[in-house]
Design a protein around this ligand. Structure first.
Ligand code: UDP
Ligand code: MG
Length: 239
């Protein structure tokens, strides 16, 4: 374990062949600028557009690149779950493959870990189609109301955290939308900070109104159940 890197960047990839070259360059540049040892963990979530083969090439070319391959397309929650479990660094950074977030925001979020256990991006000036912006705003408001939360942007893909905070959190399908809440439940300090946001560089969005908003809202029932039934006890071992 002594050669574990200090920072792991985890990126879910499903049919993102057009985005991968720029993603690789920009991520490696930012990770190198951190002045810490790092690994770039790319999770191939059952891609069938050639992304998988390209990732194999990257892995052979760059020693810091690791690839986790899922046996089929499982969806974002599983891709992140697998990636977080593979991460060996003490700090994990995550964002999407499509570069809608700016990797240059990463160093600032990493510095904030001096005070917090998880720092989540908040796409304050979000550059997405209006329907997506609106539906996300409504969904966040409903989520906050029903879960007693106050998170502006629970789904922002850019997050930086101490790797241990996700150790006891399994991302059942859909739960990637509730990561800040799940981590708070584990007793960790979570905060949000505004980050830059851009339109998708190329390729297509995998999530639309149906599989995003409706599933997200349906999953709220699960979150409410979990909130009510979670083991929130404090135990003292007497000796
Ligand atoms: N993704 C994935 N598995 C999927 C769908 C998406 O790993 O089944 C990845 C995708 O490659 C991207 C991220 O999850 O890195 C977010 O997907 P997308 O950008 O399509 O979602 P949006 O930002 O439009 O909600
Ligand atoms: Mg996207």
């Amino acid at each position: 374990m002594s050669d574990s890197p200090q920072v792991s960047a985890v990126i879910p990839v499903y049919n993102e062949i057009e985005c991968l070259p720029e993603l690789r360059e920009r991520m490696l540049a930012v990770l190198r600028s951190l002045g810490r040892t790092f690994e770039l963990v790319l999770v191939d979530d059952g891609s069938d557009d050639g992304s998988g083969e390209l990732l194999d090439r990257y892995r052979a070319e760059v020693p810091e690149i690791r690839v986790v391959r899922l046996d089929r397309n499982w969806g974002l929650s599983s891709a992140l779950d697998a990636g977080f479990r593979a991460a060996r660094g003490t700090i994990t950074v995550t964002l999407d493959a499509d570069l809608q977030n700016d990797p240059n925001d990463i160093p600032r979020l990493v510095e904030m870990l001096d005070e917090y256990d998880m720092v989540c991006g908040w796409r304050k000036d979000r550059d997405d189609p209006w329907l997506k912006r609106l539906s996300s705003k409504v969904a966040n408001a409903i989520r906050n109301r029903l879960t007693g939360e106050r998170v502006h942007d629970t789904c922002c893909p850019l997050k930086v955290f101490k790797t241990e905070v996700m150790r006891d959190v399994r991302l059942y399908d859909g739960l990637h939308r509730f990561i800040p809440t799940l981590v708070k439940w584990e007793g960790f300090r979570v905060t949000e900070t505004p980050v830059r946001h851009f339109p998708r560089m190329s390729g297509r969005s995998k999530y639309g109104l149906r599989n995003r908003v409706f599933k997200g809202l349906a999953d709220l029932r699960t979150i409410r159940w979990m909130r009510k039934n979670r083991p929130a006890y404090r135990a003292t071992l007497l000796d």
